[in-house]
Design a protein around this ligand. Structure first.
Ligand SMILES: Nc1ncnc2c1ncn2[C@@H]1O[C@H](COP(=O)(O)OP(=O)(O)OP(=O)(O)O)[C@@H](O)[C@H]1O
Ligand SMILES: [Mg+2]
Length: 276
């Protein structure tokens, strides 16, 4: 049982932005049934013991495992160059793994392309180049819906309700927006696919503490709609405070894993990664 204050509020109360599992997976395990299983027993998304690097280069990841449980927020922290983004890219299928597997809702998707993973229900917001700067805000959101054949206006409405500033700026080129607003466009674009799980690489990079708090609030709101969130964060302290699960990565390996609360209280983690 998590001590996270948001934990008990989260879950599948409003799944309107999410893709119903039956739609593309046909999995007999219901989301709520899965959520009642013991913690760690049933990750919704897991990159397990991933080893690999870029092209023919040296391995960056060494038996690295990251995961997120149904209805939860999982956070990956660690020093620059630790391989956090590489681990996210590996889970999204942008890296050829030499060892390890990626499982989504129990299905081995290690061999799938990133595009096929999007179809399976994965939303990914990369650390850089995550919006089309010359396109308007609304065009960015429309691009996000590229895999959908159905009417996506309702989802766009939900994105605008989540990020009202984007509605005001919908006709403006996304490149004219502030850093925090651009991140909202990036997250909104990913939500347009109605993902079953959302992966965010440093969603609060380069924004002020106030904007960071606001973005975290919105991310918690998304999690409450039933979309598990796996995110990398530079603001380790604040991110672990809202995390159900945390992974500290160092040199491509898992250094510490625990609940957000456990990691925040761990003297070793505090000393080495949280500034004391
Ligand atoms: N496209 C790439 N090709 C080759 N090596 C890369 C590539 N991207 C990253 N690397 C290398 O992989 C290692 C891990 O980088 P990565 O970007 O995953 O770290 P990170 O933990 O996300 O760092 P940061 O906190 O700065 O975002 C680094 O040594 C980096 O130089
Ligand atoms: Mg990174």
């Amino acid at each position: 049982m998590s001590d996270n204050p948001y934990h008990n509020d989260r879950g599948n109360k409003d799944r309107s932005i999410t893709k119903p599992p039956a739609e593309s997976m046909g999995d007999p395990v219901s989301p709520s049934g899965a959520a009642t299983k013991a913690e760690g027993d049933n990750p919704f998304l897991i990159g397990r013991a991933m080893t690999g690097g870029y092209g023919k280069g040296a391995d960056i990841l060494h038996e690295c495992t990251i995961s997120v449980e149904p209805g939860e927020i999982a956070v990956i922290v660690g020093p620059n160059g630790a391989g956090k983004s590489t681990a996210m890219k590996a889970v999204f299928g942008m890296l050829n793994l030499r060892k390890g597997h990626v499982l989504l809702d129990g299905e081995d998707i290690t061999a799938l392309s990133p595009q096929d993973r999007v179809v399976k229900g994965m939303g990914f917001v990369p650390q850089t180049s995550n919006i089309f700067t010359s396109m308007t805000v609304e065009e960015n959101l429309e691009m996000g819906a590229f895999i959908r054949r159905d009417d996506f206006r309702q989802t766009m409405e939900q994105v605008y309700n989540l990020f009202p500033i984007l509605r005001d700026k919908r006709r403006q080129p996304a490149g004219e927006l502030s850093g925090g607003q651009r991140q909202q466009v990036a997250v909104g674009r990913a939500l347009m696919t109605k993902p079953k799980v959302l992966m965010l690489d440093e969603p609060t990079a380069g924004v002020s503490p106030i904007v960071m708090d606001e973005l975290f609030d919105r991310i918690i709101e998304v999690a409450r709609t039933g979309i598990p969130i796996l995110m990398v964060e530079q603001n380790a302290r604040q991110a672990l405070a809202i995390a159900d699960k945390g992974f500290v990565m160092v040199q491509g390996r898992n250094a510490f894993t625990g609940t957000g609360k456990e990691l925040l209280a761990d003297p070793e983690v505090r000393k080495s990664f949280l500034g004391g």
